[in-house]
Design a protein around this ligand. Structure first.
Ligand SMILES: Nc1ncnc2c1ncn2[C@@H]1O[C@H](COP(=O)(O)OP(=O)(O)O)[C@@H](O)[C@H]1O
Ligand SMILES: CC(=O)N[C@@H](CCC(=O)OP(=O)(O)O)C(=O)O
Length: 261
């Protein structure tokens, strides 16, 4: 059987992006990773802060932002503008040839407006396709794609899409060509049994444990979409999925959470 080349798909969240030292350190370590790699970043915290400065209300339900037309302007400015370009410049500083992207660029990620069933999320998109062939072309040129949490519908409409979902969808699509590892990097050590105890890391979570954690209401907020996205990726074409501290990028032996079906 033909062995596929390894590909790292890493995602960093808002708490890392907001902490200059943590971000600098992550970007330095990420730049040292050998072989093809893709970075996805969130930045929900920064968008919430800008909204508050502009007097615009923020509402999150189950870890996802209710995105009005005004919120969409804020998230596009924040994610596709300041944050994406700051991260790209930080990678360039470390000799990593990064290319900052939204899903609209090169038609890379297409989404449909999330249907308003129980909750109307507004301008939130659910991913329908990832242009994996074009992404592979970038990787083969030695370019490191850096995605923010913005997608489009091919009809001129931009959408806000959870960054964890973008990471999961990209990892799954790239599984057709590569042996993909997906790392969700954040400020904690992993998924915690007890959110009050930062050392109570659950080292392995399978579907059964996931169901137990949900029943016990041990997971909430952004961890809800994150875990769903981990299992979605494993059910598609992704070999390994980890939730870990941002330091995991340089030291794969630190305590963290590994997901399996
Ligand atoms: N059991 C849990 N273990 C770890 N984090 C949890 C748990 N339940 C809820 N959370 C929350 O989920 C957050 C991570 O989700 P999110 O904010 O979306 O992450 P990111 O920084 O990657 O965007 C944590 O900061 C924490 O507040
Ligand atoms: C639809 C939706 O919720 N989109 C997210 C996108 C940013 C994100 O995911 O940021 P973190 O990774 O820092 O949480 C939001 O606007 O908060």
């Amino acid at each position: 059987m033909e062995t596929k080349q390894k590909l790292l798909v890493a995602k960093i969240g808002g708490n890392i992006i907001e902490d200059k030292n943590a971000l600098d350190s992550f970007l330095k370590d990420f730049s040292k990773v050998e072989g093809p790699r893709i970075l996805i970043h969130g930045g929900g915290k920064s968008a919430t802060k800008l909204a508050s400065r502009l007097g615009v209300r923020t509402e999150m339900i189950d870890g996802r932002r209710i995105t009005s037309a005004e919120n969409l302007e804020i998230v596009v400015m924040t994610y596709a503008g300041l944050l994406n370009k700051t991260i790209v410049a930080g990678l360039q500083k470390n000799n990593c040839n990064a290319l900052g992207l939204t899903g609209a660029d090169a038609n890379l990620i297409v989404a449909d407006k999330r249907p308003a069933q129980f909750v109307d999320y507004g301008y939130v998109g659910d991913v329908t396709s990832v242009n994996s062939k074009t992404l592979k072309g970038f990787l083969e040129l030695g370019i490191t794609p850096v995605f923010c949490a913005v997608t489009h519908d091919t009809n001129g409409q931009l959408f806000n899409t959870n960054a964890d979902t973008i990471a999961s969808e990209i990892a799954s699509a790239m599984g057709a060509y590569y042996d993909v590892s997906l790392f969700y990097c954040f400020e904690l050590k992993g998924v915690l049994e007890n959110i009050e105890d930062k050392d109570s890391v659950i080292e392995y979570i399978n579907l059964e444990k996931y169901s137990e954690l949900r029943d016990a209401e041990a997971i909430s907020d952004g961890m809800l979409p994150k875990l769903k996205n981990c299992f979605d990726a494993l059910q598609k074409d992704v070999s390994k999925v980890h939730i870990a501290n941002a330091d995991f990028i340089k030291d794969n032996t630190i305590k963290h959470t590994t997901l399996s079906l």
